[in-house]
Design a protein around this ligand. Structure first.
Ligand SMILES: Cc1ncc(C[n+]2csc(CCOP(=O)(O)OP(=O)(O)O)c2C)c(N)n1
Length: 526
């Protein structure tokens, strides 16, 4: 056995089942080792942002890390935006980064770089193999670091000579750490605050949004009248019929602070106190109301289910929540498509147990609003604001959950960052329906331009926010990567396409034509 074999065997022993990869010459021994390990599936991504985003989606649904295989500093660099998102999601991700042989680095060959510097900003833990025998040990340490509750980004560097040199078999057994528990004082303080307050909320995020934790939050709401409000961009919300419903904090800062202004008590679980996404001239950044009592029951790294259960018991809450979401269907208004009708169609057609990867941007909002009463499903969002995450996350989620329908609710501008994900969806025959929301615009940036106070932008400024010249044809893009596709311009066409897509298994794209912003940009053809 060489170092690579011993590493991959140790990771498979630890339970790592999938490697999302984009390898190069320095990783060939690692590729061979994965080849020889039947317990590990190998999935090629044609850009590293697909690889890392897929690892995030996988982790959110599987609750354990996938391995990524990345090519030195530049390969890692290409994947870093989606690692930023994964870090914000507190997803467990295990990055294996190949490097030159140790003796080769002194010659400063073209791909030589400071890999540690590439990795540091988006990694919670970094390790470098020191000897061929050490490679597996570093890999297991990285695995353990990735499993720190609820997840961390752990990156380790594997020099090519450590991978190809003979090594003794690795006996290292992974010991994933226990989740830290809230201390008794925090439970007592939160109970006291909820009893004393008159308008109270549990402000919840992260692991507090999983079904069992929400059930406990629902008990607390039943006992105290506290409203349940989630952070705007969450990792995974389990919602729909039969589950405890939650409100979602609005995106724009002034709307969010207005939403929260009457609360005198906020108990925070699984997240941090709310702040606005961006700063705007004269508007608030910190959104909790002045003078309100804020108690952190559990930060994102403290066991949310345990904390909520103990708080509910301390409050002598009823054994069941007062409110569980009933199922309902929406009546469609036929005609051209818009955000509202899009949302209704999705809500009516969503199958039980679906997973929605939401990078729908301005057109995703309607879908979220209307799907609250759909059949039980999971909703995944863009946690770190770095667009290009939605398609890769859908891909990873589908690998983790082969028996569930995955819907990628995907805005066109954001889709163009990582369109290669479509190819991997086809190659792996994943059960994903991509709803490609084509408004030929960076619509949100048109809104933001006004909000930051830019008056009368000219055609030159508007051209930077416009995708209509030339028009992107998503049916052709999908078909070019082997994916069956169709286009919907009316509510009836979308509804019919959704019925078909939900009945069939496998990858499919529906291009949804939505109203955009009028472009004042002259066409390239004059
Ligand atoms: C990596 C990255 N680059 C740039 C941005 C800035 N940005 C935010 S939204 C956006 C455009 C979104 O357009 P689209 O996905 O089509 O959604 P729409 O606003 O039209 O609904 C851009 C470029 C970003 N958030 N992340």
């Amino acid at each position: 056995m060489n170092g690579a074999d011993s590493l991959i065997r140790a990771l498979a022993d630890a339970g790592v089942e999938v490697c999302f990869a984009n390898p190069g010459t320095s990783e060939m021994q690692l590729v061979a080792a994965i080849d020889g390990e039947p317990r590990m599936r190998a999935i090629l991504g044609l850009f590293e942002g697909v690889v890392t985003g897929a690892a995030d989606g996988y982790a959110r649904m599987a609750g354990k890390p996938a391995l990524t295989l990345l090519h030195l500093g530049p390969g890692f660099g290409n994947g870093s935006a989606n690692l930023h998102n994964a870090k914000r999601a507190y997803s467990p991700v295990l990055n294996m980064i190949g490097d030159h042989a140790t003796y080769h680095r002194q010659y400063d060959a073209p791909l030589t770089s400071d890999i540690h510097a590439f990795a540091a900003p988006v990694s919670d833990w970094i390790g470098v193999s020191q000897t061929p025998d050490n490679l597996a040990e570093i890999g297991i340490q990285a695995f353990e670091a990735a499993c720190v509750y609820p997840g961390q980004i752990a990156s380790f560097i594997a020099p090519a000579d450590h991978a190809w040199t003979e090594s003794s078999a690795c006996q290292t057994i992974a010991k994933p750490p226990e989740a830290p528990k809230a201390d008794a004082a925090a439970i007592a303080e939160a109970a006291e605050a909820l009893r004393a307050g008159s308008i109270t909320t549990l402000f919840i995020g992260g692991m507090a949004l999983r079904e069992e934790a929400l059930y406990q939050a629902g008990r607390i709401a039943a006992a105290t009248g506290a409203r349940l409000i989630t952070e705007t961009f969450f990792t995974r919300l389990q919602r729909g019929a039969g589950r405890v419903p939650v409100e979602r904090l609005p995106y724009f800062g002034e709307q969010a602070s207005d939403y929260l202004k009457d609360f005198d008590t906020m108990v925070i679980v699984g997240t941090k106190a709310p702040v606005s996404f961006f700063a705007y001239p004269g508007k608030p950044s910190y959104l909790a109301p002045d003078g309100a009592t804020l108690v952190t029951l559990a930060d994102p790294r403290t066991d949310a289910l345990d904390a909520l259960t103990r708080l509910a018991d301390a409050l002598e809450a009823p054994t069941a929540p007062a409110v569980l979401q009933p199922h309902a269907q929406h009546t469609l208004e036929h005609g051209p498509l818009n955000m509202i009708e899009l949302g209704k169609v999705i809500a009516n057609r969503l199958p039980e147990g679906a997973v929605v990867s939401d990078e729908g941007a301005t057109n995703g909002l309607g879908a979220f609003m209307f799907t609250g009463c759909a059949k039980a499903h999971d909703w995944l969002t863009l946690t770190g604001g770095s667009i290009g995450q939605g398609l890769p996350v859908a891909l990873g989620a589908a690998v983790a959950c082969p028996d569930r329908k995955v819907i990628a609710l995907q805005a066109d501008g954001s889709a163009m960052y990582t369109p290669q994900a479509l190819w991997t969806m086809v190659r792996e025959d994943l059960d994903i329906t991509v709803l490609l929301l084509n408004n030929s615009s960076y619509a949100i940036l048109n809104i933001e331009m006004e909000r930051v106070g830019v008056a009368n932008p000219s055609a030159k400024a508007k051209s930077l926010l416009d995708l209509s010249n030339p028009t992107l044809d998503w049916v052709q893009i999908a078909e070019g990567m082997g994916m069956g596709a169709s286009r919907a311009t009316t509510v009836a066409e979308l509804d019919a396409a959704m019925v078909l897509a939900m009945q069939q298994r496998g990858p499919r794209l529906i291009e949804v034509i939505l109203p955009g912003y009028e472009s004042s940009v002259p066409s390239a053809n004059g």
